[in-house]
Design a protein around this ligand. Structure first.
Ligand SMILES: Cc1ncc(COP(=O)(O)O)c(C=O)c1O
Length: 469
């Protein structure tokens, strides 16, 4: 094989993929079925433009999930990003992160400008890796300042922070974690804050649920001992755990609790960061100040791999306070954190968002889409709740609105499959929470128009009608 192929006949590509590629999150049996009638081809996405992608058969799809995993925030086919990356690669493609680079320095300045109160950017190449950096900082601070004692990291039920063993140890999705233990010590779970399912939480009140849910975190801190808890890691809006928008009062109380017990607040913006919810960062909706912020997917919209772990100067200072101690600095490296394509793409990605007013579009189109999803709820009883912020939306499907019994994951998958048949790619929570993978997910690129949204919602409408009658 020579890497060349005939663009008009991608059968060779499909066969090479079937034979050798191990797809993410995929059961391969349907691609390999010995019974030819039952065999399906792996899907190859060949091309993209704006909000649309084309597969190996030339079929056009509108992509309502920004590359399947909430990533391509500025849409496909952006030549200005490709050009910025190309220009940078021929000048300097890489140098290890002990040195700086021109795009690395310039992007850090742009980013910090959008994050008042934060000052330092540590580069890596995936969301999981950025979160690991945050965890390592917390652990090292515990050793440097608290004799190793204040090392526990709290994470929340239903949240996800990545795929490595340490990130799964901080993972609140039991089905995603299943079969990958044993996990790392020192990670402790706190309850979720999904008001729609508060009936499943003992003692949840009718009023002021947000403050109550935050106070559950305080209870865990008191139970574990505040002198053992170093950090709390939360998604601003939970993504794969069911698109959970925090209830009123939650974040403000969370910040108070962290201050009271000297617990660092690490916000995982891997999905929400750089525009997805209509502000640069999800936490900025709630007027709170984090200590550590991680981000990845939307930072360069998938045009290059980049992630960042951003801290306050106070956190950074803890790693440079005593230069006479030879271990007293952040002794961490990420080889591909030194790739210059990431920050070069990220600079142009951010320029596009500003030039095209995509935050404003995201807010306006997000409100419009949420209204349309609510209207679907008026028509289909199976839509228990539609929720979200900006163009980051979910619709939880239930068998019955009183009991809120979740629709089975296999049936939710039929809705996704029906939309795919119609040429609309939507997402759904899957293999995350035992018995609760029942939320349809939407995150179209921030360039989405009313027409795009109408097309997406109409496909879902048709699919719900066909699957549920
Ligand atoms: C909230 C959140 N954090 C972290 C990650 C991990 O990012 P990556 O897959 O780039 O390692 C994800 C991935 O979906 C995520 O949704």
């Amino acid at each position: 094989m020579d890497g060349n192929f005939n663009e008009n006949d991608l059968s060779r590509v499909v066969e090479a993929d079937r034979a050798h590629v191990w797809h993410h999150l995929s059961q391969h049996q349907p691609y390999m079925n010995a019974d030819a009638a039952k065999q399906v081809d792996p899907r190859i996405i060949v091309e993209g433009k704006g909000l649309r992608v084309w597969d190996q058969k030339g079929k056009e799809h509108i992509d309502a999930v920004a590359g399947g995993v909430w990533t391509v925030n500025v849409g496909y086919g952006r030549e200005s990003i490709a050009n910025a990356v190309r220009d940078q690669l021929v000048k300097l493609n890489f140098f290890g992160g002990t040195a700086g680079s021109i795009p690395g320095a310039l992007f850090s300045e742009m980013l910090i400008d959008k994050m008042p109160g934060m000052t330092r950017v540590y580069y890596a190449s995936s969301g999981s890796e950025a979160n690991e950096k945050g965890f390592k900082m917390v652990r090292q601070i515990a050793h440097k300042r608290y004799g190793g004692k204040k090392h526990k990291i709290l994470y929340r039920d239903r949240d996800y922070h990545g795929t490595t063993i340490a990130c799964l140890s901080a993972g609140g999705q039991d089905e995603r974690n299943a079969q990958y233990g044993p996990f790392t010590d020192g990670f402790v779970r706190v309850p979720h804050c999904l008001e729609y399912r508060k009936h499943e939480q003992d003692g949840a009140p009718d009023e002021n649920y947000g403050v109550w849910a935050a106070n559950q975190i305080e209870e865990v801190i008191l139970r574990e001992g505040p002198d053992t808890v170093g950090a709390l890691c939360l998604e601003p809006v939970t993504a794969g755990g069911g698109v959970i928008t925090p209830p009123d009062g939650y974040w403000e109380r969370v910040r108070e609790i962290c201050d009271q017990y000297d617990v660092l607040l690490h916000i995982d913006e891997v999905v929400c960061g750089v525009g997805r919810t209509g502000t640069w960062f999800g936490y900025q909706h709630y007027g709170i100040q984090p200590d550590i912020v991680t981000m990845a997917k939307g930072v360069a919209s998938g045009y290059a791999a980049i992630s960042c772990c951003v801290t306050t100067e106070k956190v950074f200072d803890m790693f440079k306070d005593d230069a006479s101690d030879h271990l007293n600095y952040f002794r961490d490296i990420s080889t591909f954190g030194g790739c210059t394509a990431g920050p070069a793409a990220a600079i142009e990605n951010m320029n596009i968002i500003e030039r095209e007013n995509l935050l404003e579009n995201c807010t306006a189109m997000g409100d419009y889409m949420l209204d349309q999803l609510h209207a679907l709820g008026d028509k289909h009883a199976v839509v228990g709740q539609a929720r979200g912020k900006g163009l980051f939306l979910g619709a939880e499907l239930v068998q019955d609105r009183d009991s809120k019994t979740p629709v089975d994951e296999k049936i939710v998958a039929q809705v996704v499959g029906d939309c795919m048949q119609q040429g609309v790619i939507i997402g759904a929570t899957n293999r995350s929470l035992p018995g609760k993978n029942n939320t349809l997910c939407f995150s179209p690129a921030l360039i989405a128009t009313k027409d795009d949204i109408d097309q997406i919602v109409s496909a879902v409408d048709g699919a719900l009608g066909r699957v549920f009658g």
